[in-house]
Structures are given as C-alpha cells and as structure tokens.
Design a protein around this ligand. Structure first.
Ligand SMILES: *[C@@H]1O[C@H](CO)[C@@H](O)[C@H](O)[C@H]1NC(C)=O
Length: 355
C-alpha cells in the first residue's frame, strides 16, 4: 500500500465518519444536504396544512408552474418572457388578464402570502408548490426541485400560454419555441391525469379530464381516445369537444393531440405504462421548471419533496359501459394494447370539490 493510498483511505474514513454531521439540521429533526434547503421544510408544512388542506392531490398549483414557466421564447429571448421566474405572481395584475390565464388568480392570491412570509422568491415558490401538489397524488411523480431563482421578473407577454381551442400545429409550434419536442408536449400533458376544468364551461366547475382525478394514472391517455358521445355541461364551449362519460370534460387540444400523427404514438405508449408516464413527466418537468435559468447555479433541494404514495393501478382500463371498439386508436405503427374492461353500466364522473 503506497503512502498515497493510505492518505486516500484515511481521507475516505474521515469523510465517511463526518458524513452524518455534514447534513444541516432543519426544523422538526429533519435534515438536508444543503442548509439553504432547510427553509423549504417549513414552506412544505405551511402549504400541506394550508393550501392542500392536509396534503391533498393539488393540480391547480401544478397548472401554475406551467403558466408561469411557458412564458419563454427561444426565438424572442428578450421579449418572450423570463420562463419560470414568478412573473405571473409578481405581475399578476397584468398576466392574469391574459385569456389563457383565466382563473389562475385565485391560486396566486392563496400562494403569495406564503411565499412572502417565508422570504422565498415567487419563481421558486410556484415550482415548489407545484411539485408538492403532484407528489400528493397517488402514483404521482417526485419532481426535481432546484431553489435559488431570482425574485426579479418582467411581465411575460400575452399569447405564450397555449389554449385548448388552438390547433395542434400552433400548440406544437409554441412548445417548440420554448424548447419542447412533440413527444415532450405529450409527456407534460400527463398532468391532465389529475386535472379538471373550471372556466371552459363555468356551469360545471371541477369537471375532471378523466375518471380518476386524484390518481396520477394512465386513465387520461385511455379515456381521451374513447369516442366522444356528449357534452357534460351546457353544450359546446370554445375549446371543448364531446366526452365519452357523463361528468367528464374533454379539451379539444387533448382530443386532437391524442390523435395527431406526430403525437399519437407517444400518447398511446402510456395507456399501459405508468412507470414510463411518470419518468417522462419528471424529465419534461425538470426542463420546464428551469426555463430561463442556469440549473448549475441553483441548489438541489429535491429531497424536501415528499415521496408519493403508489397508484392503485399501473395500467389503464376501459371504463365500465365501454369496450375496446370505442377506442379511436391513432398510432399507425403499433396496435392499441389489450386492456381489461371494467364490468357494469356506464358511470358518471363526479366533479372534483373546490379547494
Ligand atoms: C419578491 O417581490 C415581491 C414584489 O413583486 C415582494 O412582495 C416580495 O417580498 C419579494 N420577495 C423576496 C424574497 O424578495
């Protein structure tokens, strides 16, 4: 054993024995690799008790992560918005007037005081709350959370957030301008597994996009492919198409992206693969959350994000009252996988209670 090796071994032993005390001690006996992450445990406690009413699956807050971050443009770097910079909260009086941001003002007003109380930047807070919100969903992802975004932002311009009535061409073009491929658009849309609408048809607030809105499961990818049969509320609204189940809401954009040749195969790939759906969503979200930032300059506080519970099921099913014949399979290169069919008569999908 050379002197060098002995020194190296000694250094290793010191490092190993010192390791536990290298972790910063945070509130309630929790620890973090970086002391600056400790405050996020306190933010976590506050939002789980307050915003999420005891850690409920919260997609509304997740929606805000997208509406804030997508204000970013590769082709117009100076005028296109600063990405995940908190501008939607700092300049809410401007950005919530944009038609695509209709309804996000409530959640911004609920979040702002918590961000101010803890002295964290709006950009960090929005991404953190969104990551915690989806971690509360059964089968949910555990998103990366990097902290350290500046609190400074300019208002994002209008028309950066895609709307459900937009064509697939225009949606894919907008995402491409923010750096996302067509497949990554599908990956991000996994969030609609735990989502509902309030403002496309205001007569049926909380109508979910699939029959299992508190579970981050593949049902969204199955049910959007079922033949539409009726409108759940007051008829055809802008951005709405017929859905397959009473009470279920279908966005025109989900309908079209599920069937478009550029995106249909990625869409179908998730109907029986929860693990892939989660993994690809986590990856696409790790891009979205740092739009406009240099990730290497941020601090990894992902360990503060709770570990989600398992999903009830890892493969999609055909809802009761429907059969495989009702599936409008749209991927030309792979057959639609065989899924089990739930027995019984067609079920109505209840609205998600307002938080
Ligand atoms: C961030 O900016 C807002 C004003 O837009 C301010 O109210 C808030 O206190 C600032 N937060 C921090 C951490 O500086």
């Amino acid at each position: 054993m050379s002197i060098k090796t002995v020194f190296a071994l000694a250094a290793l032993i010191v490092a190993a024995s010192a390791a536990p005390s290298n972790r910063a001690v945070c509130s309630k006996g929790r620890t973090a690799a970086h002391a600056t992450c400790c405050k996020w445990f306190d933010v976590l406690d506050d939002i789980q008790d307050g915003l999420f009413d005891g850690a409920e699956c919260g997609e509304e807050v997740h929606e805000l992560t997208f509406h804030d971050a997508i204000g970013f443009s590769l082709t117009h770097p100076l005028t296109g918005g600063g990405g995940a910079d908190g501008s939607i909260m700092a300049h809410s009086e401007i950005e919530t007037k944009f038609p695509a941001n209709n309804g996000v003002d409530d959640i911004i007003e609920q979040q702002r005081p918590i961000a101010i109380k803890h002295g964290v930047s709006f950009g960090d807070f929005i991404q953190f709350a969104g990551a915690v919100g989806v971690s509360n969903c059964a089968g949910g992802p555990r998103l990366q959370f990097l902290a350290g975004r500046s609190n400074f932002s300019f208002p994002a311009p209008d028309k950066t957030v895609p709307e459900p009535q937009d064509s697939v061409n225009s949606i894919l073009a907008r995402f491409a301008d923010a750096g996302f491929s067509p497949n990554e658009v599908v990956d991000l849309l996994a969030s609609h597994s735990v989502a509902a609408q309030d403002h496309v048809d205001e007569t049926i607030p909380g109508s979910p996009f699939d029959s299992t809105p508190s579970s981050f499961d593949p049902q969204i990818f199955v049910e959007t492919l079922l033949k539409g049969t009726a409108f759940p509320g007051n008829g055809a609204n802008t951005g709405e198409v017929q859905s397959p189940l009473p009470g279920e809401f279908r966005l025109q954009s989900d309908f079209a992206i599920a069937r478009d040749p550029r995106t249909a195969c990625e869409w179908q790939s998730f109907v029986n693969d929860h693990a892939s759906m989660v993994k690809k969503f986590e990856k696409a979200m790790s891009k979205l959350a740092v739009l406009g930032h240099v990730p290497a300059l941020l601090t990894d506080c992902s360990e503060v994000i709770p570990q989600p519970k398992a999903a009830a099921s890892n493969v999609g099913v055909i809802p009761a009252g429907k059969t495989l014949k009702d599936i409008e399979a749209s991927c030309k290169v792979k057959p639609f996988p065989s899924l089990s069919v739930l027995p019984g008569p067609i079920q109505s999908v209840p609205p998600v209670p307002a938080s």
